[in-house]
Design a protein around this ligand. Structure first.
Ligand SMILES: Cc1cc2nc3c(=O)[nH]c(=O)nc-3n(C[C@H](O)[C@H](O)[C@H](O)COP(=O)(O)OP(=O)(O)OC[C@H]3O[C@@H](n4cnc5c(N)ncnc54)[C@H](O)[C@@H]3O)c2cc1C
Length: 503
């Protein structure tokens, strides 16, 4: 067991903040969505003094310029009005802060890397931002079991690098890995690029430490793979988006680092053929298949155009990215090459390239991982992240193109087809309420009719809170409200998020 505490250097500004610094301020969320502030307390100078007595002057931000980046989300769709950012370094500090805020009825917005795409990580009004970025220590990594114990503010990419030094990898990977925190990943139940192979966080999260709204520290930081003793409380925090507690530490099971990684990138004629290829890949690559991603022509073209990067193959209506994680490079690349030959002969693959050199693999993944931010250069992007039964997976994209016509600059679909999760991006020159109300609830109604989920992996946050009923029955919503009442009776933790507004 490695017990040395590894502390990562926190990046002073996440890429969200860098983007924000170079662009104008988005409209205040409270105005954009015509919201009323709930009757929480307002932060006064005596409160600031109390926070300084716990954290010291330098970990309590109150200057407008210092606080502003924490008020704006990555997409620049939401802007809050917080006046205070607190940066705890220990669980005890989080506990003292929450206990105080609960007594004073001061609302709090927990924030990790601020890469969330549903407005959950930024305040709506003047909630205090509780930024977890300084809780960034790895506490241990068990060399045999692969159990990693760390604080919640560790950046995912740093954890992955640390795990790789010991022949493990993190069980999840996403485009925002350079900024998102493991605590944010757990709190959103992030999925990502390799869920197909390594499963979701409900499976790999072994233990959790969290602080309730009243400051009580809940220690469920077990490291066992099997533990059926009572209610599985850790799962309450997975995907609760900062509304039930603040995650302070996690224990995660890390898979062994694959000895061989091979990546194929293929051009495909139709979406029907993408699905046929998925089935063929499962049959032929079975135990080594680690990712199966798709992107349509417009997704790739927008990305290559806006980031001036090249597409390694010519133009096709659809692209598929297939990755394998295995233990024998010769065996795996032979398997993938044979797959390519067979599927070119069958006509499912029109053209393709296969890579096993790290630089080429990285550049193809780089193209895929740049898709989420590509559209932001062209205007305002409406983003939807839905799960759909595979036969309906791509259906909404042409439907939305027809609905918006030339009012949209571009509409495209991409995502984790292996998990039934499509991301649909619609870029318009600028935000208008008219287009917004044409898209919502229309998209959620369509998803619900097709028996899909209105949020596959990004969560509900602020943007989708009034649409949860399209994916959750009234009985489930009622239980969610009861849990919120039990865990946070004053409602101070991330108000205006996840649960629908009570009219
Ligand atoms: C380019 C890009 C690619 C992305 N790709 C994917 C993807 O493939 N799969 C995917 O699932 N998501 C993806 N996302 C969305 C986002 O990165 C994830 O939701 C991520 O898990 C958020 O982590 P974060 O640390 O940035 O959390 P934040 O954005 O800071 O917060 C997200 C939510 O979690 C809460 N929270 C954060 N930390 C804590 C904590 N310690 N305790 C309690 N609550 C907390 C916040 O209050 C908020 O409600 C992507 C985002 C971007 C920008």
């Amino acid at each position: 067991m490695l017990n040395a505490v590894v502390k990562f250097v926190t990046k002073p500004l996440g890429f969200a903040q860098l983007r924000y610094a170079s662009q104008g301020l988005p409209q205040l969320s409270s105005e954009k969505y015509n919201m009323s502030r709930k009757s929480f307390g307002s932060v006064e100078s005596s409160d600031v003094n109390f926070f300084k007595s716990i954290l010291g002057d330098d970990r309590v931000l109150t200057d407008e310029g210092d606080v502003q980046p924490y008020n704006v989300d990555w997409l620049q769709h939401c802007r809050g009005q917080s006046k205070v950012v607190l940066k705890p370094k220990t669980t005890q500090e989080v506990s003292k802060i929450l206990s105080y805020c609960n007594q004073k009825k001061l609302a709090v917005c927990p924030q990790g890397g601020n890469t969330g795409l549903v407005g959950g990580s930024v305040p709506v009004f003047d909630e205090i931002v509780l930024h977890l970025g300084l809780m960034n220590k790895v506490l241990s990594l068990d060399e045999i079991s692969g159990v990693l114990l760390c604080e919640s503010g560790c950046i995912l990419e740093n954890l992955d690098s640390h795990a790789r030094e010991h022949n493990f990898i993190m069980p999840l990977d996403l485009g925002a890995k350079g900024s998102c925190h493991i605590g944010g990943n757990v709190s959103t139940n992030a999925g990502g690029l390799r869920l197909l192979r390594y499963g979701n966080l409900h499976g790999s999260l072994l233990g959790i430490e969290a602080v309730k709204a009243d400051g009580t520290i809940i220690d469920c930081l077990g490291t066992l793979k099997k533990d059926n003793t009572g209610y599985h409380l850790k799962h309450l925090f997975v995907g609760s988006e900062g509304t039930l507690g603040v995650v302070t530490k996690v224990a995660i099971h890390c898979p062994i680092m694959p000895k061989a990684v091979t990546l194929g990138y293929f051009g495909v004629e139709s979406f029907e053929n993408v699905l046929r290829l998925l089935k063929a890949a499962k049959l032929s690559l079975g135990e080594i298949l680690s990712a199966f991603e798709m992107a349509d022509f417009d997704a790739i073209t927008t990305t290559t155009k806006n980031f001036k990067i090249s597409n390694p193959i010519s133009d096709y209506p659809f692209y598929v990215l297939i990755e394998t994680h295995g233990s024998h490079e010769g065996h795996d690349s032979e398997k993938l090459n044979q797959f390519l030959e067979e599927q070119m002969a069958s006509g499912l693959i029109l053209d393709g390239t296969i890579a096993s050199e790290p630089a080429k693999i990285q550049s193809i993944w780089g193209l895929r991982e740049s898709i989420p931010s590509a559209g932001l250069r062209d205007g305002y992007v409406f983003k939807y992240d839905v799960s759909l039964p595979l036969q309906h997976f791509y259906r909404l994209v042409p439907q939305l193109r027809a609905k918006l016509g030339d009012r949209a600059s571009v509409v495209y679909g991409y995502g984790h087809v292996g998990d039934g999760n499509i991301h649909i991006n619609l870029t318009v020159p600028e935000y208008t309420k008219e287009i917004h109300s044409e898209l919502e609830p229309y998209i959620f109604e369509e998803v619900s009719k097709l028996k899909g989920s209105i949020s596959a992996e990004h969560g509900i946050g602020f943007s989708k809170r009034n649409y949860v009923q399209y994916s959750k029955d009234q009985s489930a919503l009622h239980l969610m409200r009861e849990l919120k009442q039990l865990m946070d009776p004053n409602g101070i933790l991330n108000p205006y998020k996840v649960l629908p507004e009570v009219k």
